[in-house]
Ligand binder design. Structure first.
Ligand SMILES: NC(=O)C1=CN([C@@H]2O[C@H](COP(=O)(O)OP(=O)(O)OC[C@H]3O[C@@H](n4cnc5c(N)ncnc54)[C@H](OP(=O)(O)O)[C@@H]3O)[C@@H](O)[C@H]2O)[C@H](O)CC1
Ligand SMILES: [K+]
Length: 499
């Protein structure tokens, strides 16, 4: 498994300082290293547009210093560069001052006395935002605010260095804060927590990490609770194996009008390496299941009864999933309750309607029945029901997610772009795969099928959740590559699973 740690603002500062001290590198040289890394990225991306004007907006701190160094380097590479320094305070940082001196030797610099030129920046030109970086510690006001507001309405491509000016890297901004809205953020060394959260979408754009060679040992030894999951691969299947090697899943899904959810989950499960799958569905759906998913076995229960599980040999199954399309009628509640009572010590996935049922007052009383390490896969609305209240911002949502996973000793996959996967030990992993095309009916049912299959094969709950979410997203990315995001339907995700 490959992850990138997400450091807090203070840890990032410490990493910076440690690198400078440990490697005997002057901070201005580290700034140069970061700027060279940015320019290398920029050259790959924008080499073809060398004749276009680039407008670099610099502040007075080290982010501004980066901007000045980058402007100088781009100029030396032959780009047309226009530098604008916003003198919002009396003093520049030491390294900003040094770079201010260096660039003045090769080009003239404009300061904020005349903002009229902003209007002349054309839509096909590029703006580099180096006004404020990781050092932002209060709401932006005055001249900075004016400039950011004016930049935000321009159509030019905006690229923020390290982080958009005005955005806090690990805490919530005020709703009224003025923040630069970049098309891209090129961030140094490690992703920032702010880039994981939906509320910051407009202030992040597409983001990318560039390596600036900060001290790896320090990164390794730094304790964090947030990670960005960049890769996780399945284990190799053994030659001398048989279907018994890969476990037997029980999928409890479907009801009148919602059999598609059961079918999607079942197919995804079978496409994810499970040895055997049994689907438990209402009796009317026997033929539907048998015909749609011939690889699965089917057990049924009378549609309106409460005592449905007594004949099932629960020990035959290595994993159980319940929820997709079961509905929220009282019978479904009883089904969920009896499943949880039987499922002690089992590997369990809870999704969709099962989450809606747990998210009622009566349902929340069942939360203590969840076997340790149960995997719950809510989207934000379902999570809100589970905890019984909403949150003021995404940072609070993340704290609530962590607290819930810790309290009930469960794994919670909060679905969305960069799904957040919370572990019982308090760690949260953000997924790097997936796309907006996957925001479509049945996508979650597919995920449930994948995860329950992995559990049956003996993956730990943590591995199953991470691997399942990652591969689900990857399949969605393949599917979007084939058809485009808008055309993507949940079946395409199943078709594009590649293990
Ligand atoms: N990560 C790395 O290893 C490297 C990072 N680099 C770059 O450095 C910046 C961080 O630089 P820093 O100087 O710490 O901070 P800023 O440039 O973001 O801000 C400068 C100062 O501005 C003041 N401030 C904060 N908020 C506001 C505001 N809303 N309005 C006006 N001024 C504000 C604050 O100083 P005060 O004393 O006034 O509080 C800031 O200190 C990082 O993002 C990278 O781009 C290195 O170049 C390479 C290594
Ligand atoms: K910036």
């Amino acid at each position: 498994m490959k992850t990138l740690k997400i450091l807090s603002a203070s840890q990032t500062k410490a990493l910076d300082a440690f690198t400078i001290e440990q490697e005997g590198i002057a901070s201005v040289d580290l700034m140069e290293r970061a700027s060279v890394a940015f320019v290398n990225w920029f050259m790959q991306e924008y080499f073809a547009v060398q004749q276009l004007s680039i407008h670099v907006f610099c502040g007075l701190g080290n982010n501004g210093g980066d901007g000045l160094a980058i402007a100088r380097l781009l100029r030396q590479k032959g780009f047309k560069v226009h530098v604008f320094v916003v003198e919002y305070a009396k003093q520049k940082s030491v390294d900003c001052e040094i770079n201010f001196g260096k660039i003045q030797e090769i080009t003239s610099i404009q300061t904020e006395s005349d903002l009229a030129f902003l209007k002349n920046i054309k839509p096909n030109e590029i703006i580099i935002d180096a006004l404020l970086g990781a050092g932002v510690n209060r709401s932006v006001t005055g001249i900075l605010k004016t400039i950011i507001e004016q930049i935000n309405v321009l159509k030019a491509t905006k690229i923020s260095i390290d982080i958009a000016s005005g955005l806090y890297m690990d805490s919530a901004n005020l709703p009224e804060d003025v923040i630069l809205k970049p098309d891209k953020t090129i961030t140094f060394q490690l992703p920032k927590l702010a880039m994981m959260l939906p509320q910051n979408q407009a202030f992040v754009g597409d983001w990318q990490v560039i390596d600036i060679g900060l001290n790896q040992q320090f990164i390794q030894e730094t304790k964090v609770e947030n990670y960005y999951l960049t890769e996780i691969l399945p284990e190799v299947r053994q030659n001398f194996s048989h279907k018994g090697t890969y476990g037997h899943s029980l999928l409890i899904a479907g009801s009148r009008g919602m059999m598609g959810a059961a079918i999607l989950s079942a197919k995804a499960c079978l496409r994810s390496g499970v040895g055997k799958l049994t689907c438990l569905v209402p009796d009317f759906a026997y033929d539907i299941l048998q015909i749609s998913v011939p690889e699965a076995m089917t057990l049924t229960y009378p549609e309106s009864t409460h005592e449905v599980l007594s004949e099932i040999e629960i020990d035959n199954f290595q994993s159980i999933a319940i929820g997709p399309g079961i509905g929220t009628k009282p019978e479904a509640f009883e089904l969920l309750k009896s499943t949880l009572l039987m499922a002690k010590n089992k590997a369990v996935v809870i999704d969709a309607d099962a989450l809606n049922l747990l998210g009622t007052e009566k349902g929340r009383a069942l939360l203590t029945l969840l076997p340790k390490n149960t995997i719950l896969t809510p989207h934000p609305k379902e999570f809100q029901k589970l905890i019984g209240h909403t949150w003021k911002d995404d940072f609070e949502k993340l704290n609530l997610l962590r607290a819930f996973a810790e309290k009930y000793e469960v794994i919670v996959v909060l679905k969305g772009y960069q799904s957040a996967i919370a572990m019982p030990d308090g760690d949260i992993f953000f997924n790097s795969t997936g796309n907006a095309g996957m925001a479509t009916a049945g996508s979650g049912d597919v995920l449930t099928g994948i995860i329950v299959a992995l559990l049956a094969q003996g993956y730990s709950a943590k591995e199953a959740a991470l691997l399942g979410v990652y591969q689900h997203g990857k399949a969605g990315d393949f599917a979007a590559g084939n058809r485009g995001k808008m055309a993507l339907i949940a079946s395409d995700i199943i078709e594009n699973l590649r293990w």
